[in-house]
Design a binder for this molecule. Structure first.
Ligand SMILES: Cc1cc2nc3c(=O)[nH]c(=O)nc-3n(C[C@H](O)[C@H](O)[C@H](O)COP(=O)(O)O)c2cc1C
Length: 211
């Protein structure tokens, strides 16, 4: 299926076959491919926390306002951003790996690593949060496209209490929780949704505040 076809056909699905298991090999492969998504300075901050323990899923149900897909989907993934990815150690290690792999020479390694370190050095907490949100969101969309291509259905969720979710899963402040993704075999189609006509969302050179 082409990306365009997936985008035309995909719906958010809220009813899943609770007996269906996605093989860990397939799930790993989807995540591995999603990790190829573009990300700022290639600092690779996205983390995928798979929740497959039934007791944890039950704990999360009320935290996610009783959205049944939390329990019924084959996999529930907490999409996280890792604040430690901004640290110089991580940035230097990744660029060294690129150099060792022969992808660029020493001078480009040093230029890219230093540029990345400088880029994050003076950012506020809010700006760093935005950086993580960008990277994790792009990886999330890739995962959704890949999962749909593989014949699964998905739903993205921000409908949960962030503080309670982090407490119940022992997620420290090192991580930003960006969203949940439930993935599995749908048993009921998601309802159809409308989109603005393209002329209402596309501007050229200047965006107006009317309309
Ligand atoms: C960031 C984000 C958070 C969402 N959170 C929820 C959610 O908590 N519960 C839910 O039922 N749908 C949730 N949705 C799904 C949206 O309601 C859905 O994508 C939108 O209505 C368009 O429908 P479609 O995905 O079927 O095209 C979320 C979507 C996004 C992108």
């Amino acid at each position: 299926m082409s990306v365009q076809t997936i985008l035309e056909k995909r719906r958010s699905v809220r009813h899943f076959d609770s007996n269906y298991t996605i093989s860990p090999v397939i799930l790993t492969s989807l995540i591995e491919s999603a990790s190829k998504s573009p990300n700022g300075n290639n600092i690779q901050a996205t983390r995928y926390l798979i929740i497959d323990d039934p007791d944890l899923r039950s704990t999360l149900l009320p935290i996610a306002y009783n959205q049944q897909q939390v329990i019924d989907a084959s996999a529930l993934i907490v999409m996280l951003g890792d604040y430690q990815a901004f640290e110089a150690d991580n940035i230097i290690r990744i660029h060294e790996e690129g150099f060792q792999s022969g992808y660029f020479d020493e001078s480009l390694r040093d230029y890219l690593a230093n540029a990345a370190i400088q880029y994050y050095a003076n950012k506020s907490d809010e700006e760093l949060k935005l950086e993580l949100t960008r990277d994790v969101s792009l990886a999330s969309m890739s995962f959704i496209l890949l999962a749909n291509e593989a014949g699964f259905e998905t739903i993205t969720m921000s409908g949960y209490d962030s503080a309670q979710l982090k407490a119940s899963l022992n997620i420290s402040d090192r991580y930003l929780d960006v969203m949940l993704i439930a993935v599995g075999k749908g048993i009921k189609n998601g309802h159809q949704t409308v989109r603005h006509p393209v002329h209402k969302i596309m501007y050229r050179n200047i965006i107006t505040s009317l309309g």
